[in-house]
Design a protein around this ligand. Structure first.
Ligand SMILES: O=C(O)CCC(=O)C(=O)O
Ligand SMILES: [Fe+2]
Length: 349
């Protein structure tokens, strides 16, 4: 399916620059590119070019369109539920976007990495036929390639953090269930300008690999009090460090606070589609700094005054379940439910 012609991202809105990293150079082990990645990952943030997943991303958008066009009754058969499981369909308005319980406006379909790797067997749950029909051609290749890219990035971070070889990868094994998933998101066109689509948050896991066609993603960098747009660049993926990696690294890597609002300018007249792959640690991984494995991490953890990095030693699965569950509007009792959904962004947004 051809990519639709869309109005350009406007020039008159505040934007946050990301460093462009060449994935082919990283894979080839180019030391300069590895240093640039490390500078960006511990600084402004980065996006990847030459990632080789664009065809699969376009295919995922096509899957998303076919899925969201299904009758609501059909989509609700695959709903994620209120118990803190993320996989499946999430209807618009099922989550809060803030402490006062304002409803979100996006619908999305989450597909577990465990199901893609087990396909044609089921590991975690069933999906709509629009997903199953595209598992072989699109979903499985998208998830496999995205996993490989995130593993390459994790291995670079592993070395730069002074960890013994493979320690981060070991915490993201293919044989253990995890919260890793693909997400295809739709925000309707012509939404009121200020209507938040996805509330301010940090990502829950280790790394997010995000593909945007239109603007609307905003970040709140440390020390800045105005939200900044991230300008989408065709064929480039935006990469986000999540809470799990922030904790494991003793705060050397930090998770960015971000949110989604309707696209700026003339782009607001179009549906906003985004595609993400979230790499999250294996369910049993304890979320605490890897201080015993690296003096670099130990030193950073010792000097880090950010209380939010102290998870109390919960597992990745506990962390993830708590955050998902308390976002659900059906579980809301009051502002405290939103507070209970927070991760390392607590107190920062
Ligand atoms: O749609 C986007 O650009 C970002 C989505 C996002 O932040 C998320 O799903 O965690
Ligand atoms: Fe996010």
């Amino acid at each position: 399916m051809p990519v639709p012609a869309l109005p350009p991202f406007p020039d008159d809105v505040p934007t946050h620059p990301l460093l462009i990293i060449d994935y082919e150079q990283l894979k080839a082990g180019n030391p300069d590119e590895i240093d640039r990645l490390w500078g960006a990952a511990t600084g402004l943030g980065f996006c990847l070019k030459n990632h080789g997943v664009q065809n699969e991303v376009d295919g995922m958008f096509e899957m998303g369109e076919a899925t969201m066009k299904l009758p609501m009754g059909e989509k609700m058969k695959y709903e994620q539920g209120d118990e803190g499981t993320s996989f499946g369909y999430k209807a618009a308005g099922a989550n809060a976007v803030d402490a006062s319980g304002t409803l979100d406006t996006v619908e999305f379909i989450n597909i577990a990495k465990d199901d893609a790797f087990a396909w044609p067997k089921t590991a975690r749950r069933a999906y709509p036929p629009t997903v199953n029909e595209r598992m072989d051609s699109t979903v499985v290749p998208f998830i496999k390639k995205s996993t490989e890219i995130n593993t390459t990035l994790l291995n670079v971070f592993n070395a730069k953090l002074g960890l013994p070889d493979g320690e981060l990868a070991k915490r993201h094994p293919d044989y253990e269930f995890s919260g890793s998933e693909a997400r295809t998101i739709k925000n309707p066109k012509n939404m009121p300008k200020e209507r938040t689509a996805i509330g301010a948050h940090t990502d829950f896991g280790s790394l997010s690999f995000l593909h945007n066609r239109l603007g609307g993603l905003q970040v709140l960098p440390p020390g800045v009090d105005e939200w900044q747009y991230v300008r989408p660049i065709s064929g480039h993926a935006i990469c986000n460090v999540g809470d799990a990696l922030a904790v494991l690294s003793g705060g050397i890597l930090h998770s960015n606070i971000h949110r989604v609002i309707p696209p700026p300018g003339a782009q607001a007249n179009y549906e906003r589609w985004s595609q993400v792959f979230f790499t999250r640690p294996g369910d049993s991984t304890i979320l605490e700094p890897l201080s015993s494995l690296s003096p670099v991490v130990a030193e950073a953890a010792k000097n880090n005054t950010d209380k939010q990095l102290d998870t109390g030693g919960v597992t990745a699965n506990e962390w993830f379940t708590r955050r998902i569950k308390n976002q659900r509007i059906k579980n809301r009792k009051g502002p405290e439910t939103w507070e209970a959904s927070r991760g390392t962004e607590q107190g920062r947004a």
